[in-house]
Design a protein around this ligand. Structure first.
Ligand SMILES: [Zn+2]
Ligand SMILES: [Zn+2]
Length: 364
């Protein structure tokens, strides 16, 4: 984000949650689950609507227009007057000049609107503590990295996901094999050999899949999602922009059709595990699975993630914290000095143990 002057960029309206007493901006306070005015200290309860609905996937497909994520628009900050650039994949941002929270008004960009939000359950302070605890177990991480996991480097971002429900019926047929052993030869030549018996399988599996989460954005891709899942879906609320105030929120970069393809792959993998459990084979020649998806529902959900990026020797490392459970994921840089010390300590320990054994007569 930067200040720009070009007039040819579309300008859009943003929304700020205003304080009724002083007109300042109210931000969502995750610790208390309230809206808090940083200007006058006014605090109000957030009325939550937990009646989250599942939506028919056909309706999702019908509105799945995509946009060019590089395309930009601008808004004028009502607080400091700066003209701020937003990308199409930003749902909420903070004015880079004065820090005021801006939420993009609905209808400014095409595509689906968020339907569900899991609000942040704790502040950046606790995100910092969770990540420090996590880093303490990373023995080879440099001390500087561990120090950098402080609340001021933790950014709260609502990341977009699609969830899918599907009632599946799968027909499968295939050829699989089981390893067996037999004794062959006689006398001195008697030995055991392993052979494989192949047989045909077929059957039907019915399974209801609930809430398959598919991450949609490059900066919070599926691998990252797996590391800090599950999100506390019991905290899910009907989307309202007040939860976003004070945070950054992204819009989806991959559309619902692509994400549905991913969800089907993930279900197919699970169905193949069910088949394996049922037949208990050792090798697969082939298994064909034909799955029908019935009554498919989706939700467009914003999940809470604290993120920190750390640069170490020209490489960047991400740390991310599940904003509903405190689970931490990420990679830490490795300090060569710490490894060297560990190797020396390890060698010293081996020598020490050997001496101990010698002394006690254990190796005599
Ligand atoms: Zn106020
Ligand atoms: Zn501003």
């Amino acid at each position: 984000m930067a200040e720009i002057t070009e007039k040819d960029v579309k300008s859009i309206d943003t929304y700020s949650v205003k304080c009724k007493s002083c007109g300042g901006t109210m931000v969502f306070n995750p610790e208390k689950q309230t809206l808090y005015c940083e200007h006058c200290g006014n605090e109000i309860d957030v009325q939550k609507d937990f009646d989250v609905k599942e939506n028919d996937i056909k309706e999702g497909f019908a509105h799945a227009e995509m946009w060019d994520a590089d395309e930009q628009a601008t808004y004028r900050c009502g607080n400091c007057g700066a003209v701020v650039v937003v990308n199409r994949d930003e749902q909420a941002s903070l004015c880079p000049f004065c820090g005021t929270s801006h939420i993009v008004k609905e209808g400014s960009f095409k595509g689906l609107k968020p339907q569900v939000v899991i609000p942040f359950q704790f502040g950046a302070d606790r995100a910092g503590e969770f990540s420090k605890k996590w880093a303490r177990r990373r023995l080879f991480a440099p001390r500087k990295f561990k120090k950098s996991l402080s609340p001021e480097n933790m950014h709260g971002v609502y990341e977009p996901c699609f969830t899918f429900d599907s009632n599946t019926v799968s027909y499968y047929e295939g050829r699989v094999g089981e390893h067996r052993t037999r004794t062959v030869g006689s006398g001195d030549n008697k030995r055991t050999e392993t052979y494989t018996v192949y047989y045909r399988i077929k059957g039907t599996i019915e399974h209801f899949f609930d809430d398959i989460f598919i991450a949609t954005n490059a900066n919070f891709a599926q691998e990252k999602f797996w590391k800090i899942q599950p999100f506390d879906t019991k905290k899910s609320c009907v989307y309202e922009n007040k939860y976003l105030s004070g945070f950054v929120a992204d819009r989806y970069q991959r559309d619902i059709k692509d994400c549905w393809e991913d969800a089907k792959k993930s279900m197919d993998k699970r169905i193949r595990e069910f088949i394996r459990d049922r037949h208990n084979y050792d090798v697969v020649d082939y298994i064909n699975v034909r799955t029908t998806h019935n009554d498919v529902k989706y939700k467009y959900v914003l999940v809470p993630v604290y993120m920190m990026n750390y640069r170490y020797k020209n490489k960047s490392y991400d740390v991310y914290v599940n904003g509903s459970t405190g689970k931490v994921g990420g990679k830490t840089p490795v300090s060569p000095l710490r490894i060297a010390i560990a190797v020396l300590l390890g060698a010293a320990a081996v020598v020490g143990l050997a001496l101990l054994f010698l002394h006690s007569g254990f190796l005599d």
